[in-house]
Design a binder for this molecule. Structure first.
Ligand code: F0G
Length: 459
């Protein structure tokens, strides 16, 4: 008999989680003003809010932490991390930062000015926030097919090269500090970008004299999809693929909390020395000295090990197979989600599930609340709340897709948890016709409102 698939690790340490009653959850949700971010984690049974910083570090990462060098300048840990970054990405220069958005803050402080234009494929919310905070504009050039959740495409996170070229033609190069290519494309469903597309974007960048930034939070998962789906890459190692990806870019920003499997950390990679030098001042102002930038020595050590572990094929196969396993269960129950299943998450198609909730009443958020009340599972809205208001008109921006993201932390839950999640989603799906009312906003911040927003049920 063919041997079944099994995880490429075993478990050495566990953390207890507790189930709650529906009555308890109703009270907690109301106390949290119907914002899942406001819930205490102890009130959550399975936490799929994010795969960011929620992974389980390995014995080797914990061991590396004991050897951290906490020197203020020139720490051994910095050089260990520098070597790992060079090995995995090929970038010769880097600045450590405390997380991904800090990398964006430092890089954009040096690059972006008012009225600039930054085309990209579904900029992540912090990226868009950092652009709009500087009174510049993020222009989305994602392929149209990404908005049709039923289409099975291998590289649904791709940039539309025609849309991109139109932007590059329309604005002078001085107003385009860089193109932002996000791999995998988180907002479109954890969907990968093909090497062919990366090359196409890079060729256009060169043609118009514009730089290319790769937002790399999930670069290793993207490389796994290239290896398993793109012709010509089947026999390349993950690290050969990651180095090829980055060879096309001028910069990378990294949230190490994802594919480098650490709980905190980030960095910026630079191709050329001048760009690196220009950012040093901002790194010192916002993050810390250029050889630690917001990270302790032990954290840089764990990150260096995590970069290698996160780019091992067996680990990536285990990880992405688990997400696919959940997808298959949902298929059995006929539940609509962004197809095919993504690298880090399943994105439920809330518009297709809660067909009776009007968009003004926050469809995906309503689904998120229902799933929590059903089973203590916490997902995150990728819809109207995340899209923020139009910075000029201050009107709500209703995105084409209303998704509830179920992000799977790395090396944390088992497939029994996946079965539990699928059953809970099915229960909500079966009573979907009865869910006709959503939520109204009572309090919000002007930018990145979804983290702290307060809501009330529509009567
Ligand atoms: N870029 C992408 C594509 C991201 O997904 C994130 C974070 C960031 C940048 C910012 O990194 O959190 O370290 O500051 N995404 C998390 C998520 C928060 O849940 O998807 P950060």
């Amino acid at each position: 008999m063919e041997l079944p698939f099994a995880e490429s690790y075993k478990i050495k340490m566990v953390e207890s989680i507790r189930k709650s009653t529906r009555e308890e959850r109703l009270k907690w949700m109301s106390d949290a003003k119907y914002n899942l971010f406001n819930l205490k984690s102890d009130f959550v049974f399975i936490d799929l809010l994010t795969d960011s910083g929620t992974g389980a570090m390995s014995d080797k990462q914990w061991a590396a932490m004991m050897e951290g060098d906490e020197s203020y300048a020139g720490a051994r840990s910095y050089y260990k991390l520098k070597e790992a970054i060079f090995d995995v990405t090929g970038f010769p220069y880097f600045l450590p930062t405390h997380q991904g958005r800090a990398a964006e803050n430092v890089l954009f402080s040096s690059l972006v000015k008012a009225d600039d234009v930054l085309p990209g494929n579904s900029h992540f919310d912090t990226t868009k926030g950092h652009i709009e905070f500087r009174k510049a504009h993020a222009i989305d050039c994602t392929i149209e097919a990404a908005a049709d959740t039923t289409l099975e495409l291998p590289f649904k996170g791709n940039m539309d090269l025609n849309k991109l070229e139109n932007v590059l033609k329309k604005y002078p190069a001085e107003r385009i500090p860089c193109i932002v290519l996000t791999i995998t494309n988180n907002t479109a469903g954890g969907q990968p970008v093909s090497m062919e597309n990366i090359k196409g974007v890079s060729a256009l960048a060169k043609k118009y004299g514009v730089k290319l930034l790769i937002d790399s939070a999930r670069f290793a998962e993207n490389a796994y999809f290239i290896k398993t789906r793109e012709k010509g890459y089947e026999n390349k190692s993950i690290r050969e693929i990651t180095r090829e990806i980055f060879s096309h870019a001028d910069f990378m920003t990294m949230s190490s909390k994802k594919d480098a499997i650490v709980n905190m950390g980030g960095f910026i990679g630079f191709r050329n020395e001048q760009d690196w030098q220009k950012c040093q001042m901002y790194n010192i102002m916002f993050e810390g000295f250029i050889t630690y930038g917001g990270m302790s020595g032990r954290d840089m050590n764990a990150l260096a090990v995590g970069l290698f572990e996160g780019t091992e094929f067996d680990y990536l196969e285990t990880r992405i197979s688990q997400v696919a396993y959940l997808g298959k269960k949902l298929d059995e129950y006929g539940i609509p989600y962004q197809r095919p299943s993504g690298g880090h998450a399943i994105f439920l198609d809330a518009k297709k599930i809660l067909t009776h909730v009007p968009k003004e009443q926050l469809i995906a958020q309503t689904l998120g609340i229902e799933l929590y009340l059903e089973a203590g599972i916490r997902g995150v809205e990728i819809g109207t709340l995340l899209a923020d208001r139009d910075p000029e008109t201050r009107e709500n921006r209703y995105p084409e897709l209303e998704l509830l993201r179920l992000a799977i932390p790395r090396r944390v839950y088992t497939n029994n948890h996946m079965d539990y999640i699928a059953a809970a989603v099915r229960n909500v799906y079966e009573r979907r016709e009865k869910i006709t009312k959503g939520y109204a906003i009572t309090k919000e911040l002007p930018i990145m409102r979804h983290f702290t927003i307060e809501l009330e049920p529509v009567k």
